[in-house]
Write a protein that binds this ligand. Structure first.
Ligand SMILES: *[C@@H]1O[C@H](CO)[C@@H](O)[C@H](O)[C@H]1NC(C)=O
Ligand SMILES: *[C@@H]1O[C@H](CO)[C@@H](O)[C@H](O)[C@H]1NC(C)=O
Ligand SMILES: *[C@@H]1O[C@H](CO)[C@@H](O)[C@H](O)[C@H]1NC(C)=O
Ligand SMILES: *[C@@H]1O[C@H](CO)[C@@H](O)[C@H](O)[C@H]1NC(C)=O
Ligand SMILES: *[C@@H]1O[C@H](CO)[C@@H](O)[C@H](O)[C@H]1NC(C)=O
Ligand SMILES: *[C@@H]1O[C@H](CO)[C@@H](O)[C@H](O)[C@H]1NC(C)=O
Length: 200
């Protein structure tokens, strides 16, 4: 399903040249902002979903490095990674016994749900993301397919939720609801969150 394009919402998935986003930001944590005070302030941590596949769990870091993320960008587009609307990859370093491999975040929606689970997997491509002026993690919509196409209308979306998901294991993870900013998650456990970058 990799490379599937949900028209107008998850455009620009993958399909980038090998190692194009080869510049890397300083490390940061991803902290949730939510109306639910239990979730508010929670730090996301990588959690095992399969061989070399991690989800972004709400439970918080399971070890000291599991909640440390970086932003890979390219100096051909931006001189520094903290600018607004700089597109790049959210990356995490998978450290094994005798290897280290960069794992970008990918979004592979399944056809039967509108709740997509972001996964970190070794690859040279992934879902393009940005951070807005308030350090909020966003994905930019380039085409508005609720209008007759072509309708180029860039808009940063933040369809992030914390949901009980099953992408390998049953966890409360970060999830993305496919569609417009008004799309409602079909998974009843989903609670609205924003994801904030906090440099370490
Ligand atoms: C991100 O940047 C680092 C530093 O240049 C590099 O080692 C890593 O392979 C990059 N990751 C991806 C997915 O491009
Ligand atoms: C960006 O990456 C390129 C190639 O990996 C490297 O030559 C350059 O020094 C990097 N620039 C910065 C500001 O890190
Ligand atoms: C969430 O946490 C922030 C920072 O601690 C605080 O300013 C805000 O009021 C909290 N929001 C809620 C709904 O608890
Ligand atoms: C707040 O989040 C916690 C943890 O997910 C959950 O158990 C609780 O039911 C939520 N509270 C409300 C009011 O939704
Ligand atoms: C997008 O669609 C709206 C409503 O049909 C229209 O008013 C607007 O001009 C369109 N914009 C572009 C850039 O095509
Ligand atoms: C970022 O992108 C949004 C949406 O396209 C736009 O409204 C905003 O002006 C841009 N901000 C900067 C600083 O480029």
């Amino acid at each position: 399903m990799r490379g599937t394009i949900i028209a107008g919402t998850l455009a620009f998935v993958a399909a980038v040249n090998a190692q194009y986003y080869s510049n890397q930001s300083a490390p940061f944590n991803l902290v949730l902002s939510s109306k639910n005070s239990t979730l508010n302030g929670s730090t996301l941590g990588s959690c095992h979903e399969g061989a070399a596949i991690e989800g972004l769990c709400v439970a918080g870091p399971l070890n000291i490095d599991s909640g440390k993320y970086t932003f890979n960008y390219t100096t051909t587009q931006a001189t520094e990674p903290t600018g607004v609307n700089v597109t790049g990859l959210l990356t995490w370093l998978l450290v094994g016994g005798n290897f280290e491999v960069s794992s970008p975040m990918q979004l592979d929606p399944v056809p039967t749900s509108n709740v997509a689970v972001p996964l970190l997997q070794p690859s040279e491509s992934g879902q393009l993301v940005s951070f807005d002026a308030h350090n909020k993690l966003v994905i930019t919509r380039y085409l508005d397919d609720t209008k007759p196409l072509p309708n180029y209308s860039s808009k940063p979306l933040s369809n992030w939720y914390a949901c009980t998901t099953y992408a390998g294991y049953l966890y409360q993870t970060l999830a993305w609801v496919v569609g417009t900013e008004h799309a409602k998650p079909q998974n009843p456990t989903c609670q609205k969150v924003e994801v904030i970058r906090v440099f370490i």
